[in-house]
Ligand binder design. Structure first.
Ligand SMILES: *Cc1c(COP(=O)(O)O)cnc(C)c1O
Length: 230
């Protein structure tokens, strides 16, 4: 199943869009199956889960951290991840820079935008993004490769469109500044139910879990689609 799902998704994605397999709560064997089917990027929400998966899958693929990163986990995260998608504060950036320097690395990061401006969610507020990036690009062991957003949860992918569009606007504006240390090449947005809309709105990286691996164990089934597929 995983194999077929990956092949179908890869065939359907435009060539400029990178697939990140969101692997939270999957077994290392499931992750390996996805890799054998052609997945090149793995997204992990938890440092320990990622370490367990890497022990089976190896470092031949790239590992993205896509969860909420606590400062006390940064050292380990810098050891085992190739990119951190969820930087949303100077404090976190400083810690990543420090730990990367200790390990002789330059860590690529994406800035997570709280595009729905939801108080309980992580991510920098849209209007604070530029100030944060201007601070982060001064750190020499970190580089800003682009932006990431989740957007508010909704059963209807069309509801996500304005948040994706807002994030793309910020992305384009920051890109046009050509800040040294901020290549702004990756725009990570869209999950299983919303990635088609995200790609239409300019995402070049999508994070897909459920449609690769099936419903997460112990999770309620997603809401039934109310609209026909386009
Ligand atoms: C779980 C997760 C995804 C994938 O969600 P699906 O709905 O299973 O595709 C994408 N991004 C992040 C940050 C996640 O935690």
């Amino acid at each position: 199943m995983i194999r077929e799902n990956v092949r179908n998704i890869l065939q359907g994605l435009p060539p400029h869009v990178q697939l990140v397999a969101a692997a939270k709560s999957r077994t290392p064997e499931e992750v390996r199956e996805a890799v054998e089917a052609g997945v090149k990027l793995i997204g992990e929400n938890y440092v320990q889960e990622a370490a367990a998966a890497q022990a089976v899958v190896g470092r031949g693929v790239k590992w993205h951290f896509i969860g909420h990163l606590q400062t006390n986990k940064v050292r380990r995260a810098v050891e085992i991840f190739d990119l951190i998608e969820t930087v949303d504060s100077l404090k976190l950036g400083l810690e990543i820079d420090k730990r990367s320097r200790e390990q002789g690395k330059v860590m690529p990061v994406l800035i997570e935008i709280n595009s729905g401006r939801e108080p309980q969610k992580s991510g920098v507020m849209p209007e604070d993004t530029e100030v944060l990036i201007r601070e982060l690009v001064r750190l020499s062991n970190l580089k800003v490769d682009g932006l990431m957003t989740m957007g508010p949860e909704s059963g209807n992918p069309e509801d996500s469109r304005p948040y994706f569009r807002l994030t793309k606007d910020i992305f384009d504006r920051l890109r046009s500044l050509s800040l040294p240390g901020a290549a702004m090449s990756s725009l990570s947005m869209g999950m299983s139910h919303s990635y088609r809309v995200a790609v239409e709105e300019g995402a070049n990286m999508v994070r897909l879990g459920t449609i690769i691996f099936g419903p997460r164990p112990g999770w309620a089934a997603p809401p039934k689609k109310t609209e026909p597929e386009k």
